[in-house]
Design a protein around this ligand. Structure first.
Ligand code: PLP
Length: 661
């Protein structure tokens, strides 16, 4: 496995060694409760106050409150609760204070979600309104000018977590001042700490939340700045810590660690300067442009943090590029970490008017001010490797299947499977049951590789995917009108099936005839009986991902436990030196970073090419096969499929290579 290059600092950062040492020392030596009056308590209190004093200097906040809490989400809740309670009281007193809760359209979800939640809980009944941003991701000050007189509370982040776009806080302050807006103002400063100068005390900002883990402190520690005189309502009540304003015994290890980071910021020797960070970004931009010639950057670099790049490689889905980067050991993300699991298009890029096709390709690369030159050198080298991997042809004959010019690719989406039969020599292919969701992607792949689509077919009732692919390819025919077969190299695709049900048989005819023994693949809808048309060696390719590969004999998914943990995998490989370790990641991932498991190099058979290789992998049935992939999901499917095809000695590595040790 290649060395990990962590370029996802906007999601979270590693912990500064000095912060780890400070946390350990706090737990070991200053473990007292800072509320206790004995010496142990006094030591803890001194530690806490030293961290607070450092925070005040870093934030430029001699006055007001600087409170420790669990992180920015709590800080945001507290600020929203405080503002809404004050607004409610003002309204109850009949004072004019606006009826809008205005938040930047690109704010972290914690902001609009908290506004909606507390507006509902408190019954304030204010109107939530997103303040639009321009194409460069900056707040529309003209719209703010229009709405400011109606605004009761304004929330605008200092820098965006997905794009790095730095807000024009001076411009926003000027608009609020011009319009004599009485609105309270929160600025989410999470991504600004350590990257932008902060002078909160000299600003009009009422609330500023921070999270330690975005700048080399651990998770679970944060800060909230509250301007002197700004309304405040505690979110947590109890033991009266933080002068009764945020109860709960302090997270002293976290405070000590954050204190160490703040001290390092003050000292100026630990982190890289703004100009050095700009130079780092320049190098990464150069490497990205060289690796991906069509690359577009989704936010203007001159208005972005020097530590964040958001880019798209046209025609390449974010998920595909992320897998290639991950294989090369480069950890980046498609957007915010919170939305990574949902795979939804980015609302931040949507708000900037980035076309859907481009935002579907977006990748965020972010680093922290601790980045060193050796890591950049390695990152640039690995980015170049990713570029070379991306350029590899997906539709190429398998090097494992000697002299077989045709190939078969499985295309999955939302539980459905489709198939692309291709003839690499003549650059032509036939699509069967391609799911609608991947029709665009498939068409892009075919166009990029210069393939001609001979036919777009379907076996079941649902022809939407086939039709969508045909449309994407500017029209592709269905089955030939004369009813004859389609030729792909020296093989043919023939039509079969009874009673109007559609099925297709693929194989190399002998003496011009495709008899049952020559059929290699059968493409069939559910419940189709094909015994008379194909022999037992034929593999049935169906449209349902989990049951996509079936033998004509059993047509059932694999039974029994197929997953092995890392230790069990080691035992298997020790006991069976002849076992095959098979990397089922796609070819581009494999070539961006090959897998070695317990000293054994893995062979690459992408999951999408499993049908073609099923016979090769099963061999005579005696040799164990251990499938591996990134997270364990694709390899588990491969193992189940091979079991279902009658090979009992197929396993997968549980948790994938990420958990192997
Ligand atoms: N605000 C911004 C801009 C962020 O990037 C994040 C974290 O991603 C948050 C708020 C929430 O921070 P946390 O999850 O640490 O509470």
């Amino acid at each position: 496995m290649d060395k990990e290059i962590y370029l996802d600092a906007n999601a979270t950062s590693p912990v500064l060694p000095a912060a780890i040492a400070a946390a350990a020392a706090a737990m070991r030596d200053s473990y007292g409760n800072p509320s206790s009056s004995h010496a142990a308590g006094l030591r803890a209190r001194a530690l806490r106050e030293a961290a607070r004093a450092s925070a005040r200097r870093v934030l430029g906040a001699a006055g007001g409150r600087v409170m420790f809490n669990s992180g920015a989400t709590e800080g945001i809740q507290t600020a929203v609760l405080s503002a809404l309670c004050a607004i409610r009281a003002r309204r109850q007193r009949g004072e004019a204070c606006g009826d809008l809760l205005l938040y930047g359209a690109t704010e972290h979800k914690a902001v609009p979600e908290s506004l909606a939640h507390w507006n509902e809980v408190l019954g304030t009944g204010l109107e939530l309104r997103a303040l639009p941003v321009d194409a460069g991701g900056r707040h529309r000050l003209d719209v703010l000018r229009e709405l400011a007189p109606r605004a009761a509370f304004v929330c605008t982040m200092a820098a965006n977590n997905e794009t790095g776009v730095v807000s024009d806080l001076d411009g926003i302050a000027a608009v609020l001042r011009e319009s004599a807006s009485p609105a309270l103002w929160m600025v989410d400063c999470v991504q600004a700490l350590g990257k932008l100068p902060l002078a909160l005390g000299a600003s009009r900002i009422d609330y500023a939340p921070f999270s330690g883990h975005k700048l080399y402190a651990p998770k679970g520690i944060g800060m909230l700045y509250v301007r002197e005189g700004a309304p405040y309502t505690p979110l947590m009540c109890g033991g009266g810590q933080e002068e009764g304003q945020r109860s709960g015994t302090e997270n002293m290890a976290g405070i000590a660690a954050l204190g160490a980071v703040l001290e390092a910021l003050e000292g100026g020797a630990t982190f890289r300067s703004h100009s050095e960070l700009l130079a780092c970004r320049e190098r990464l931009v150069g490497a990205l442009r060289a690796a991906f010639p069509g690359i577009v950057f989704n936010a203007p670099l001159e208005h972005a943090l020097p530590t964040t790049l958001n880019f798209s490689v046209p025609g390449v889905a974010s998920a595909d590029l992320l897998e290639i980067f991950d294989a090369a050991g480069v950890r980046v993300s498609a957007g915010s970490a919170c939305s990574a699991a949902r795979a939804a298009p980015s609302y931040v890029l949507d708000a900037m008017g980035v076309p859907v096709r481009r935002s579907a390709s977006a990748v965020r690369l972010s680093f922290g001010p601790l980045l060193d030159d050796a890591t950049i050198d390695l990152a640039c080298a690995q980015i170049a490797r990713c570029g070379r991997a991306l350029a590899l042809p997906v539709l190429a004959p398998s090097p494992l299947l000697d002299g077989q010019p045709q190939g078969l690719v499985q295309l999955d989406a939302d539980g459905a499977s489709g198939w692309l039969l291709f003839d690499a020599g003549a650059r032509q292919c036939v699509a069967i049951d391609v799911p609608e969701a991947v029709a665009g992607r498939s068409a892009a792949m075919l166009r990029a590789a210069g393939y001609r689509l001979l036919a777009s077919l379907h076996t079941g009732q649902d022809d939407r995917g086939a039709a969508a692919l045909a449309r994407e390819m500017d029209g592709a025919p269905g089955w030939p009108a004369d009813g004859g077969a389609l030729a792909l190299g020296d093989a043919i695709l023939a039509r079969a099936g009874q009673d109007g049900a559609r099925a297709y048989l693929f194989g190399r005819p002998q003496a011009g005839v495709l008899g049952p023994d020559q059929v290699r693949f059968v493409f069939a809808g559910h419940g189709e009986t094909l015994r008379p048309d194909a022999g037992a060696q034929a593999l049935c390719c169906r449209g349902e991902t989990e049951r996509a590969l079936a033998s004509l004999e059993t047509a059932a998914p694999g039974e029994g436990a197929t997953e092995l943990d890392s230790a069990a995998a080691r035992r298997l490989l020790d006991a069976h030196p002849d076992a095959l370790v098979v990397d089922v990641r796609e070819l581009r991932e494999h070539s961006a970073g090959a897998i070695r498991l317990h000293g054994q190099a893995a062979l690459n058979v992408p999951l999408s090419r499993l049908a073609e290789h099923a016979g090769y992998l099963a061999g005579d049935g005696a040799r164990p096969v251990l499938f591996v992939c990134r997270s364990g999901a694709r390899s588990a499917r491969a193992a189940r499929a091979l079991r279902g095809l009658g090979h009992p000695r197929a396993w997968s590595l549980c948790g994938g290579i990420a958990l192997a040790h």
